[in-house]
Design a protein around this ligand. Sequence first.
Ligand code: GCO
Length: 454
Amino acid sequence: AVFPSFPPGFVWGVSTAAYQVEGAVDEDGRGKSGWDAFAAGPGRIRDGDTATMACDHYHRYPEDIALMAELGVDAYRFSFSWPRIQPGGAGPVNAAGLAFYDRLVDGLLAAGITPSPTLFHWDTPLELEQAGGWLNRDTAERFADYAQLLGAHFADRIPRWTTINEPVSVTMLGYGAGIHAPGLSLGFDALPAAHHLLLAHGMGVQALRSAGAGNIGIANNHGATWPASRSEGDLQAAGLYDAIANWLFADPILNGAYPEALAPFLPAVPDSDLPTIAAPIDWYGINSYNPTLVGAPRAGTGGQIDGHALDASLPFSLREVEDYPRTDFGWPVVPEAFTELLLGFKKRYGNKLPPIYITENGAAVNDGPGPDGRVHDQRRIEYADAHLRALKAAMDAGVDVRGYFHWSLLDNFEWAAGYSQRFGLVHVDFATQRRTPKDSFRWFSELIRAARDA
Ligand SMILES: O=C(O)[C@H](O)[C@@H](O)[C@H](O)[C@H](O)CO
């Protein structure tokens, strides 16, 4: 089928994150992160994998930049490693750490690829984590200092900035359900972390602007929430889950207030915090993969996330989305839910909604090289094709989307799932670090060129 045309200037990109690709965890003065400590814990990461080497991007970035140039992308969304740049999360800069990002940014610019970094993608400096991490308001203050120094150093070379990646995942998986670092299972008592992450975002925006940087946004994870049935119990549970998973992290930024439904659960916060969180942004980033089916609590189970059982005491339970294909990570493939999500955003925020970038979208498809040495990841092509058509349908209906960043350029360290789940357009042999562009890589590069020539 003919591929839908995207507007001229639409940004095509790929995404990665420092801890998932860099490796070199003990090199050139990098400090430890909460993830280093968490991943070292027995049974925390599938197969006992660690990110000590990951994709060795720290040394192989020239090869990876060449792959991105071959792919034909306009932009590369990577993340800065806070513990590499500022070990301990406070005080002086680690010059050798900063120098790595000078090399990466200059290499991208030389290749005609726009560096589009994220300041924080989950690797909290360990010293800050040990002082309470995102449960501690001070971490937001430290983040503002970190944003200031990066803005001052790179404002002249970096034209697009993301403050924080998915505060919802850090809050719910890291502090709420203990599946990610720091591994705390606090349930609703994790919500102060959400507030401090949002506060850090707002302070980060202000710090970047005062350092002369601009074109700033956040990358929030969002997905359509579907009630398990029209019963009162399921509708109520789905409404509460939707408020926590989606609107808790969008409303304060776009509306300047928390969702009313969550008032009973949220900590009291200083009045001045909400205007800070709502610091004007230039664009809004959405990471989206699939919808979530939610019902009333069920005795004995709260459902599961990536095979990790959720606490049965939660006021909702996650259910399996039936009758749709699944990725190898078990995530349902529902392109129409992507359109539904974006139209829902336009309806909810109207003209308060700035232009959108899809900062992440992709699928775990674990095919490896076949006898011909190629990786025939047809299911990834089908996933991306269907989601880009779903995206274009939302754009045709008036949603202002300016770009799409595929997750991910490389197979990488998929957090608690280790290397068992592959999201890359490029296959990585983690024993030899050999990179093999997959069939999806060729498909995406043809699509980008066709879209540009259209
Ligand atoms: O969205 C996230 O969880 C993160 O941003 C990425 O780091 C993940 O690796 C990716 O999404 C696949 O799960």
